[in-house]
Design a protein around this ligand. Structure first.
Ligand code: ZN
Length: 349
């Protein structure tokens, strides 16, 4: 299957009532781990690259690795997504390279650190939507500001300083025409999300539910949604690592989100933990080893296991064969004739 539009993938997920994991990649082994899991569970998948990943791997290497994944797995719908674009230019370069989806994170200024005004966010996101939709490419925007920092991108903090205001979310969706919307409900990037197990009083699920009621056609996105499981932390610490005790977003909270309009769930930290733990184990137990394959193979397997588990938990497992890819050209026509326009439902507050 050629790379598919993320909009098609998320529309299908909404129809089927499930969520789709968006997994970050920087190298070949991570792409293979994701595709191994997608094949194993028969799942559609979103593969995403941050600006940091694009710089680390170089655009051409990363993009061609993903094309190889599509070529080798014709039965799996794959959307290729730019994670946290910081400017119109970043998104434009991803679209010109062949990404089928971009995130314009206008919640922060171009430095990727300073919160931007609502007006600035609307202006830059709208510009990206116009450019992207003409080319059949999906756009995710962000309203409210997420906590933490990932790959040098983020405002820091706990994620509760700038929780999304539902009125603003509706206005933002109407003004920009985004397909998907990342909202801030208390999640944050990185491994250190919570210092105790979070429950409904920590994550603002009521805000999420309120936004979904009023924007039923805009796919909601949960960022910073690794679960940071204790067993993965333990492996790292057992073999010489020094992680401080920490909690991520419990899978049950994500599943509650999925029942209330969350269609894309970003997961990066869990995969990093799984790979690093596997590498540490080999090097700790067998210090004579020096062939990278001796530790990259178990690292890849450890990541595949986590990804397959998330695919099952999010509900995307079993859905790879539900639909055929609609070409990007057809999708572009849909945006042009208005049939793919997302219409916010104006409901009582
Ligand atoms: Zn994010």
């Amino acid at each position: 299957m050629p790379l598919v539009s993320m909009r098609q993938l998320l529309d299908e997920a909404a129809k089927g009532g499930y969520g789709v994991g968006a997994f970050n990649v920087n190298d070949m082994e991570q792409i293979q781990a994701i595709m191994g899991a997608a094949k194993e569970t028969n799942s559609p998948v979103i593969i995403q690259a941050s600006r940091g990943a694009r710089a680390f791997a170089q655009d051409k290497y990363l993009f061609h690795l993903i094309l190889a994944a599509a070529e080798l797995n014709p039965e799996i719908p794959i959307a290729m997504h730019q994670d946290h674009g910081n400017s119109f230019e970043t998104c434009k370069s991803a679209i010109e390279l062949g990404y089928t989806s971009v995130m314009m994170d206008g919640s922060l200024k171009e430095d990727g650190k300073t919160p931007a005004s609502f007006e600035e966010n609307v202006a830059v996101t709208k510009r990206v939507v116009e450019f992207a939709h003409e080319r059949g490419v999906t756009v995710e925007g962000e309203i409210g500001v997420l906590g933490g920092v990932e790959d040098g991108h983020g405002a820091g903090g706990t994620g509760l300083e700038h929780v999304t205001d539902p009125d603003q979310a509706v206005e933002f969706a109407e003004l920009t025409g985004v397909d998907a919307l990342a909202i801030a409900i208390g999640t944050s990037h990185g491994a250190y999300k919570f210092t105790k197990k979070p429950d409904g009083s920590v994550l603002k699920m009521d805000v999420l539910i309120a936004i979904h009621k009023r924007l039923p056609n805009t796919h909601l996105v949960m960022h910073g949604s690794s679960s940071v499981p204790k067993d993965l932390q333990d492996v790292i610490n057992k073999y010489g690592g020094k992680l401080k005790e920490t909690w991520g977003v419990p899978v049950e909270e994500i599943q509650l989100g999925i029942r209330n309009g969350v269609r894309k769930i970003n997961v990066d930290t869990d995969n990093r933990l799984a790979m690093t733990g596997a590498i540490r184990k080999v090097l700790w137990e067998q210090p004579e080893k020096f062939d990278p394959r001796d530790y990259m193979k178990p690292a890849r397997e450890a990541m595949q296991k986590v990804v397959a588990q998330r695919m099952t938990q999010f509900g995307q497992a079993g859905h790879a064969g539900d639909y055929k890819a609609v070409s990007i050209v057809e999708i572009a026509k849909g945006y042009k004739d208005g049939s793919l326009k997302t219409k916010p439902l104006v409901a009582a507050k």
